[in-house]
Design a protein around this ligand. Structure first.
Ligand SMILES: Cc1cc2nc3c(=O)[nH]c(=O)nc-3n(C[C@H](O)[C@H](O)[C@H](O)COP(=O)(O)OP(=O)(O)OC[C@H]3O[C@@H](n4cnc5c(N)ncnc54)[C@H](O)[C@@H]3O)c2cc1C
Length: 406
């Protein structure tokens, strides 16, 4: 298999590198992924930061990307996206991840909600929201999961009751990523409690400043405020804010598939982490001597190296399917499962290999900027987010291997 770029792909890659070289704000340069996932800071956090330097850098970077249409690499050109082919998207994401450029510029409005609005929204809805999403001005968060509805999302209970031209919404969502940083929410609500569970749900857009919406922080064990609980108490939302037909929200939400199914960002991140670990161990005489006495650490590093290469090839497999017009199904689950479990194994190996330093987070003092202990805490959620490992195994077993459903 030849994974080298064609001349056209090489030219595209050079263009992305040039943009990074010329426009990536100084603040982000040299970031070696100390965030833990190894692929740069969260753009939304920078955008809402109290620090004017952070705010300016996030605005400059969003402008630089949007000038090329690259803020939405996967959207059709007629809606202001770049219309990049799957392989170009892969190259784009690969280069951005290698430079540790800020992640998810434009937030979930670009990565998830916008593409669904393009397909299912009315002309008025598109005119109102799409330009603001593409300019990075209006940030969206997803209100799907509830305390009693996660893997079995269709059991959700947040209720939207019709009252003339409004819905009155009551209920609770949980794990709302970036809900505290968002301006708007896209929320799945039950609009027909009598219908079979998948058929009584609608997707409704809500301005977060609407009275009755409360967002409460959930701080994770890495002391990062990423999630929130979101409460709705008699929230009045115009019926015009519904996306798609009433009670068809489940099917609308299926369009919200994560656009980066190749997870090339994760593959780049795994490669970078293992190289940093190898460089650290090899670059220090004392560390080499210590690891020499621990064959289990040597073996673990070797295994992680092999797995990071395997993950790269899984990513390329997804891209090659998309390039041929095929829609990855269980193959995307294989990739997600393998990549998320690798992120945990990688963090575990790093913490062990660093010995006592493996418990020190201090970016200035600890080796590899304390990134492995941080990753150790942050990567726990990777096997839960976007479908747990058990759910992925179920998909692979039934859809991929034809095994009977349990
Ligand atoms: C980092 C992160 C970001 C997230 N962001 C958002 C967000 O922005 N918006 C949002 O709405 N939600 C978000 N979520 C929530 C996420 O979608 C849910 O956590 C996920 O769907 C799992 O649901 P749950 O937590 O309720 O677990 P449950 O579904 O209750 O699962 C509990 C356990 O049971 C297992 N299990 C459940 N069903 C089965 C089955 N059929 N077969 C085998 N095992 C099963 C699961 O694998 C798991 O181990 C996020 C989660 C994470 C971790």
């Amino acid at each position: 298999m030849d994974w080298n770029d064609s001349p056209a792909q090489a030219e595209f890659r050079a263009g992305v590198r040039q943009l990074i070289a010329e426009k990536l704000p100084a603040r982000y340069r040299g970031d070696d992924g100390a965030e833990g996932e190894g692929d740069g800071v969260e753009w939304m956090v920078e955008r809402r930061s109290q620090d004017p330097v952070a705010q300016q850098a996030s605005a400059e970077w969003a402008t630089a990307i949007s000038e090329r249409g690259w803020i939405a690499p996967h959207w059709p050109v007629e809606y202001g996206g770049a219309g990049l082919s799957p392989i170009e998207q892969m190259i784009y994401n690969q280069e951005m991840a290698m430079a540790a450029a800020p992640r998810r510029v434009g937030g979930q409005g670009v990565s998830q909600f916008g593409p669904a609005l393009v397909v299912h929204g009315t002309e008025e809805q598109k005119k109102e929201h799409i330009p603001k999403i593409l300019a990075g001005e209006r940030i969206w968060a997803q209100g799907f999961s509830e305390p009693g509805a996660g893997s079995d999302l269709a059991s959700l209970q947040t209720r939207a009751t019709r009252d003339g031209d409004f819905y009155v919404v009551n209920g609770q969502k949980i794990w709302t990523s970036g809900g505290h940083l968002a301006d708007w929410l896209y929320v799945l609500c039950r609009t027909d409690p009598e219908a079979p569970k998948h058929r009584g749900i609608s997707l409704i857009m809500m301005d977060k400043s609407t009275p009755g919406i409360t967002v409460r922080p959930l701080v994770n064990m890495a002391w990062v405020h990423h999630f929130n609980e979101t409460f709705f108490e008699d929230v009045r939302v115009p019926v015009a804010n519904r996306v798609g037909e009433e009670n068809r929200g489940w099917y609308v939400s299926m369009t919200l598939l994560d656009y980066e199914r190749s997870n090339i960002t994760g593959a780049v991140s795994a490669r970078r982490q293992i190289r940093r670990l190898m460089d650290y161990v090899n670059g220090d005489g004392k560390e080499r001597a210590r690891v020499k006495d621990y064959p289990s650490i040597r073996s673990a590093i070797t295994d992680r190296y092999i797995e990071s290469e395997v993950q790269f090839n899984f990513s390329f497999r997804i891209i090659s399917m998309q390039e041929r017009g095929l829609i990855p199904n269980y193959e995307a689950s294989v990739n997600k499962l393998f990549g998320s479990e690798l992120s945990q194994k990688m963090a575990n190996t790093g913490v062990k290999a660093l010995g006592l330093w493996g418990g020190v987070w201090d970016e200035e003092k600890a080796p590899v900027r304390g990134s492995f202990p941080k990753a150790y805490c942050l990567s726990v959620s990777s096997t839960i987010a976007a479908g747990t490992s058990e759910i992925q195994r179920g998909i692979i077993a039934t859809r991929g291997l034809g095994l009977p459903r349990g």
